[in-house]
Design a protein around this ligand. Structure first.
Ligand code: ASP
Length: 352
């Protein structure tokens, strides 16, 4: 982590997009329930934001949703909104519930092609109106990060990222790891992009830069959601495995395997895997472990999967692989073409 020369342009402008979740809630003094507050009044709730030389506009989704209700339509709406307002702002802050934030940040990282501006997701474990809220710190730092430029005037973090509990993480590397503490997210397989202490220290070597700064943002909003996830576990039955791997509606299945990519070596299991691959389905292997990567060469149980045509997901999170499959399947009806891209690093989501 190295402190970086920053040029906080006094005319920076940020669009803050509130989609729902705990962060935008406030206790109703009448009935003591949590209700979303009017985000146009955000400066009244977080006057600290006025201390930045940044113009902040806000925009609220209707309806506001608990992120457990997030569907790809929300990602399409977010991508479209960012594309439509792209030229008017230096960066975007997306306020989102924590439960599915990693899925949404992963999806947006693929859907926003040629992104050269920050799209920083944040939220909180406690409502912004609560005395001990983590929401203010998260929001204020996210705004600072989204508006910070380097000495050349380029965005310092031209990525889709999550800022939470003092850490900026690449969105498609994150996973929600804690349901009650402030450190709700982790990025086990990729270093933090920045850490916020007395100052924000950017890890400039980890931050992804676009190959060109002059390409227009393009969005890819056609997503094909015919993907399932099968978490392998002791006691799993042939019927369950067959229903998921050979279901007529499924184009791809993510196998969440043990350790470095191992699954049962039983004949019935491998027969179903072979049958599924024979039907033209894409099977991708990601590990159930929080950290580390799939290496199907290590054990006989992994090797049989590889021989059957199961693709390695390397160190991808499940959230990111799901989003990558939705995105790639949405681009082509040809499973062979999709399969050829699975093991490629598209936007910093895997290390190969
Ligand atoms: N259930 C909430 C949500 O994800 C929790 C939160 O906001 O953190 O929308």
């Amino acid at each position: 982590m190295t402190p970086t020369r920053q040029n906080r342009n006094s005319r920076s402008s940020i669009l803050m997009i509130y989609t729902g979740g705990t962060i935008g809630m406030k206790e109703d003094p009448v009935d003591q329930t949590l209700k979303p507050f009017d985000f146009d009044q955000i400066l009244r709730e977080v006057p600290e934001l006025e201390k930045f030389a940044v113009k902040i506009d806000s925009c609220t989704f209707d309806p506001l949703i608990d992120s457990s209700d997030v569907e790809p339509e929300l990602w399409q709406a977010l991508a479209t909104l960012i594309r439509d307002r792209y030229d008017n702002y230096d960066g975007f802050v997306v306020l989102h519930g924590t439960d599915t934030m990693s899925y949404s940040a992963s999806a947006l990282s693929f859907m926003l092609e040629n992104l050269c501006k920050p799209v920083i997701f944040t939220g909180s474990q406690l409502p912004i109106g609560a005395p001990r809220t983590d929401g203010k710190e998260n929001l204020v730092s996210a705004v600072e990060i989204a508006s910070t430029k380097d000495a050349e005037g380029h965005a310092l973090v031209p990525e889709v990222a999550i800022f939470f509990d003092s850490r900026l993480m690449r969105g498609n590397r994150t996973t929600k790891v804690n349901a009650e503490n402030f450190n709700a997210f982790d990025s086990p397989n990729f270093p933090n992009l920045a850490e916020a202490g007395i100052s924000i220290k950017y890890n400039t070597t980890a931050i992804r830069k676009p190959s060109r700064w002059d390409l227009p943002l393009q969005i890819s909003t056609t997503l094909d959601t015919r993907v399932s996830i099968l978490k392998i576990h002791p006691g799993i039955t042939p019927q369950i495995v067959r229903n998921i791997l050979c279901g007529p509606e499924t184009r791809a299945v993510i196998l969440e395997t043990y350790g470095s990519g191992n699954a049962p070596s039983k004949k019935w299991f491998m027969d179903i895997v072979n049958e599924s691959v024979g039907m033209g389905k894409i099977l991708v292997n990601v590990t159930q472990c929080l950290a580390g990567k799939v290496n199907m060469q290590l054990y006989a149980t992994g090797k049989s999967l590889e021989r059957a045509g199961v693709l390695p997901g390397y160190d991808s999170t499940t959230e990111s692989m799901l989003a990558k499959l939705f995105y790639l399947l949405g681009k082509s009806t040809g499973n062979a073409w999709v399969a050829s891209w699975i093991g490629q690093d598209l936007i910093g989501e895997i290390s190969i």
